[in-house]
Ligand binder design. Sequence first.
Ligand code: NDP
Length: 327
Amino acid sequence: EPKIKIGIAGYGNLGKGVEYAISQQPDMELVGIFSRRDPSSVHPVGDSVAVYPLADVEKYVEDVDVMILCGGSRSDLPEQGPALAKLFTTVDSFDTHAKIPEYFDALDEAAKPAGTTAVLSVGWDPGLFSLNRLYGESVLAEGATYTFWGKGLSQGHSDAVRRIDGVKNAVQYTIPSEEAVEKVRAGEQPELSTREKHVRECYVVLEEGADAATVEETIVTMPDYFSDYDTTVSFINEEEMQKNHSAMPHGGFVIRSGKTGNGTKQVMEYSLTLDSNPEFTSSVLTAYARAAFRLNKSGQHGAKTVFDIPTGLLSPKSAAQLRKELL
Ligand code: NDP
């Protein structure tokens, strides 16, 4: 069996994580990294890994089976997703939940006529958490679903803050409310507002001369990202940032609390504890690259989400092997 040939578009945290993840997959090989930056300024972990200008990507259509898109959700993917889906079967981790329907449409429009398959919004949330919300809702038809995040650093939210004018560096932590979690685990099915479930904490390093009040206002009022939460913003210097905020832990849980029969309590929980959010997300992207490759080969073109993909396609094992070993 020839190996699945993978390209990486964009080399940040996810790009690096994908490079590592591919080396753990028996049936994949890395063709190269495609970056908007000068290739000589991009330094892959592996010495022999090639870096090409993203502008030349069209030349590699025959060399790459699946392009794993590792750009940011806020401004990279809305552009790069549809453009690259015209050329390659793609996988991405687009995580602006409110904009997933329109992003799906843009990818579907690009991929269908091109005969490619564009798998969007995989990772852990959206991604594995989405699947677990679906399992919960489908199995416990009467009940309530809860998603808690953290404590952890949110890539998408940190990214959004870093792109604000006047911001030099920033991190954002999401913290679940202990009280809310306990009630949910006890099967109480409380009604929780967005504000009651989590708080968001931002640590920001300003550019020289930037106005702190303006930056703070831009953060706390940002739609989709912050406007529905109690957000605190702390301004720190670069040294404190490097010392106290360099790790990228995350995690959380999806809980479905429901009742069956004559009022019998049932609680389902799926939990993740991640020392590195990007390395984990990259590992999910890489498993879905296999599914994307197989879907495309079987003639399933257009945009696909985790809900559209049979789970067995994620595994390098055959269906027969999976029945024997994991069922
Ligand atoms: P980064 O900011 O590290 O990278 C984003 C892009 O920025 C890269 O593709 C790269 O493009 C460019 N870049 C990276 N480093 C540099 C640099 N030193 N100088 C200039 N440009 C640089 O983002 P992450 O990889 O951490 O995350 C990407 C997205 O993943 C997030 O926006 C988030 O939405 C999503 N995500 C989704 C999750 C999920 O569960 N679905 C979970 C975690 C993240 P280029 O090489 O072309 O310059």
